[in-house]
Design a protein around this ligand. Structure first.
Ligand code: BGC
Length: 418
């Protein structure tokens, strides 16, 4: 072979490599999300790896901060600059807000081919579709009215799980007596709201939750039952540790895992941290519905909204949406994440006891009409109203508003935000 031939071969090899490189670069999804804790990242890895196996590269855009408020700020900047990511983790009413701006991709063809209409519950489809068109691929269903208890501390306290707020207080007193932080809580608005909504459900039951949180009835927002809710919040506040302010949820979970705290009220993403620490439900920790809320489920579902990013990324985007709805992925992801599948046709046998309970509770609540959207996680009210309510809840919990003032302020704040 002479020099010229070698040069020619080398050039074509380079061209092939370049073309392959270009083709590979085109098969990429850029994904904005807030799954940065250990359990969350482990779950997301399942999706990354599945896509990589299909030749789709993953460009990660993580924005730390539970419940995604920092992620929403980052997204606004990208959309305003006319450069949205391929897919974005979104919750509830935020999906509608973005779709209204005309920036959503249309997933109808894929959804029809794969029969999403038949397997995704209506409560989710209300948010995955805009004007009747699929714009998002639902990943999971989480719920917020859970209590996660350190099993050793519970056993030491007599082993009985609390079934109402009075019994919860008794248990928290016992944890205090053991020298523990009784209730691990991080003082940020969405966590305050997560605790508050569980207390609302426990105190007034599902009908009261509907009236106050979903229908925003001013009398329910300021009446006697709501007074009990705020009084309970003040009482629960006395079981936090002095460093609670501003703490991320997973660090509070870690306190319970390490046996420094007794319990945490938190959505079932908390289980992802327990599993990541090699802890087993029933042995190391106990999962129960927040005392007094068995029979009702406050849900939030993570969805990947697909943005209109043009033809170049369309194939990769559709591969990602399809990978998310794959039943095998729904099992592999949700068993790690702590959530339950977004599809109703997935068997429960690969799930642990908490996961099985989550699936059974969801089916029961859905058939009884007690499956309701979480306020703190965007499934009860649009962002403006949610933020206004969380403001009052946080100020009250921090002692900046008395209960009387909070009862007056809550309906006013809602009215002003409408
Ligand atoms: C999301 C979960 C996430 C949690 C904490 C919730 O709003 O739905 O997927 O794990 O926030 O970051």
């Amino acid at each position: 072979m002479n020099i010229r031939m070698i040069a020619k071969l080398a050039a074509s090899a380079a061209l092939i490599a370049m073309t392959a490189g270009v083709a590979k670069a085109a098969e990429q999804v850029e994904v904005l999300h807030w799954w940065t804790s250990g359990g969350e990242a482990a779950a997301l890895n399942v999706l990354k790896e599945n896509l990589q196996k299909e030749g789709v590269a993953w460009k990660d855009m993580p924005v730390a901060g539970g419940a995604g408020s920092a992620a929403m700020t980052a997204l606004r900047a990208r959309v305003t600059a006319g450069d949205p990511p391929t897919a974005v983790q979104l919750l509830g009413f935020d999906l509608k807000d973005w779709a209204e701006m005309g920036v959503a991709a249309n997933l109808d063809d894929l959804a029809q081919k794969e029969g999403w209409d038949k397997v995704i519950p209506a409560a989710l489809q209300n948010f995955s579709k805009y004007n009747g068109h699929w714009i998002a691929a639902p990943v999971n269903i989480h719920s917020t009215n859970w209590l996660w208890i350190n099993k050793a501390a519970l056993d030491k306290a007599g082993g009985k799980v609390p079934t109402n707020i009075a019994e919860l207080i008794t248990l928290l007193d016992a944890f205090k007596g053991q020298g523990l932080t009784a209730l691990a809580h991080g003082g940020v608005p969405w966590q305050d709201g997560t605790l508050w909504e569980a207390v609302v459900l426990s105190t007034g039951g599902p009908d009261f939750y509907k009236k106050a949180v979903l229908d925003l009835d001013p009398a329910a927002l300021s009446g006697d039952t709501m007074k009990k809710v705020f009084d309970t919040m003040s009482k629960l506040r006395t079981y936090f540790d002095p460093n609670f302010s501003g703490r991320e949820w997973n660090l509070s979970t870690a306190l319970v895992i390490e046996g420094k705290a007794g319990a945490q009220e938190m959505g079932d993403w908390s289980k992802g941290e327990w599993l990541r620490a090699n802890k087993k439900p029933g042995t190391d920790f106990v999962c129960i519905r927040f005392p007094g809320t068995q029979g009702s489920v406050l849900f939030n579902a993570d969805q990947f909204m697909m943005f209109d990013v043009g033809k170049g990324q369309r194939d990769a985007q559709l591969k990602m949406a399809s990978a998310v709805e794959n039943p095998g992925f729904q099992i592999a992801f949700n068993t790690v994440k702590g959530s339950v599948p977004a599809r109703t046709d997935v068997a429960n046998d690969k799930f642990d006891d908490c996961g099985k309970k989550g699936m059974a509770d969801l089916a029961e609540a859905s058939s009884k009409g007690t499956l309701m959207g979480s306020l703190a996680h965007g499934y009860a009210q649009p962002a403006a109203i949610k933020e206004a309510m969380l403001d009052v809840i946080t100020q009250h919990l921090n002692g900046q508003l008395t209960t009387e003032a909070a009862l007056k302020r809550l309906p006013e704040a809602v009215k002003a935000a409408k």
